[in-house]
Ligand binder design. Sequence first.
Ligand SMILES: NC(=O)C1=CN([C@@H]2O[C@H](COP(=O)(O)OP(=O)(O)OC[C@H]3O[C@@H](n4cnc5c(N)ncnc54)[C@H](OP(=O)(O)O)[C@@H]3O)[C@@H](O)[C@H]2O)C=CC1
Ligand SMILES: CC(=O)C(=O)O
Ligand SMILES: [Mg+2]
Length: 414
Amino acid sequence: MSDFRQKALDYHQYPTPGKISVELTKPADSAKDLALAYSPGVAEPVRAIAEDPDNAYKYTAKGNMVAVISNGTAILGLGNLGPLASKPVMEGKALLFKRFAGLDSIDIEVSHRTTQDFINTVANIADTFGGINLEDIKAPECFEIEQALIEKCNVPVFHDDQHGTAIVTAAGMLNALEIQGKSLRDAHIVCMGAGAAAIACMELLIKCGAQREHIYMLDSKGVIHTRREDLNEYKALFANNTDKRTLEEVIEGADLFLGVSGPDLLSPETLKLMADKPIVFACSNPDPEIKPELAQQTRDDIIIGTGRSDYPNQVNNVLCFPFMFRGALDVRATAINDEMKIAAVEAIRQLAKEEVPDEVKKAAGIDELTFGADYIIPKPMDPRLCQRVAKAVAEAAVESGVAKIPLPENYMQD
Ligand SMILES: NC(=O)C1=CN([C@@H]2O[C@H](COP(=O)(O)OP(=O)(O)OC[C@H]3O[C@@H](n4cnc5c(N)ncnc54)[C@H](OP(=O)(O)O)[C@@H]3O)[C@@H](O)[C@H]2O)C=CC1
Ligand SMILES: CC(=O)C(=O)O
Ligand SMILES: [Mg+2]
């Protein structure tokens, strides 16, 4: 067994199996404490909540609690390995919610027969939480699931692999384009993958200025084009009227490559076909579409990002979802809308251009971090991310009318 594999297993096993636990926030040491925490005292908040459901935010942990919910059908880039096997990833997302945004989070893995079963299960438990983070649910079911849950639930529902990934990708792409001296409007884009992450990333890039007809999308059967008869309605929106059928044909002269598909699908020979100063985000986890060292050996004019923590330019939804929910929950947003998403893109983007505090460099194990080819996007452990992104999101929620309470006092200071 490789050293790293054993280390990863040991990390998860010792000293206690798993990565999260529950802690108490109230004393529970005496009979008096228990009389308040449990019977008879607990009856008082019960009555208050029965009278007004918003009292749940006052008397329970709901308002600071996010459920991370999966069915394990698209676990990272590992595929459909089932609900239980997804648990380490979901516990990992809960760890990130707590570590980076102070949000309590619990993972829920759902076994189900039909898509409707899954929707009903989540809708029936949604009121327990302040928000629902859907994770690693494969396309195209993820689109129907998210839409149905948005309609059914009173709390914000966000499919992280779609929108978290899209927000971080857009922020990174815009900065990388700026460094390479290119514009999104003129960019020729290749998107490898046509699932949850791919569709959402391309839709958001279009909202940020990319042109749909400049985008070539590929799935496991090749280029998505208008003569294919096997396309679902989401892929069909990206069907090009083209005779090109292979990655090699569509990547010729491309400025941007986004990989949200699987490992090692971009060869050095194919990378050579891209335009000068290309941008490659090889985001498949855990193994990217091309290894950064191989990409950099092949092209010295490239900007490359991956989803991993052990290379520069980590283009990963961890830069978004903790802060998206922090901002949304702090103003009790009923939804996560486009205004909030665009605000998050801008906040993440801008932060990369500022001087980096020494503590962040130390945590990243890097002496120098300056906006440029190896630092296009902030580091996940940058504490300013929470302040900036959550604030931008909360303000956008208030301005766009989906906030149920005003901006909290601590958001007023800079
Ligand atoms: N860095 C980050 O933050 C994130 C990275 N990802 C990564 O993106 C990948 C996809 O995740 P997600 O969208 O949730 O999963 P989905 O299952 O929804 O989509 C996977 C897509 O990849 C396509 N695909 C598979 N094999 C190939 C191939 N050989 N050539 C071209 N396309 C292929 C599938 O094609 P078909 O439609 O034909 O089945 C499908 O469209 C994963 O590796 C995941 O780790 C996802 C979210 C965030
Ligand atoms: C990062 C992430 O959410 C994924 O790879 O699925
Ligand atoms: Mg995921």
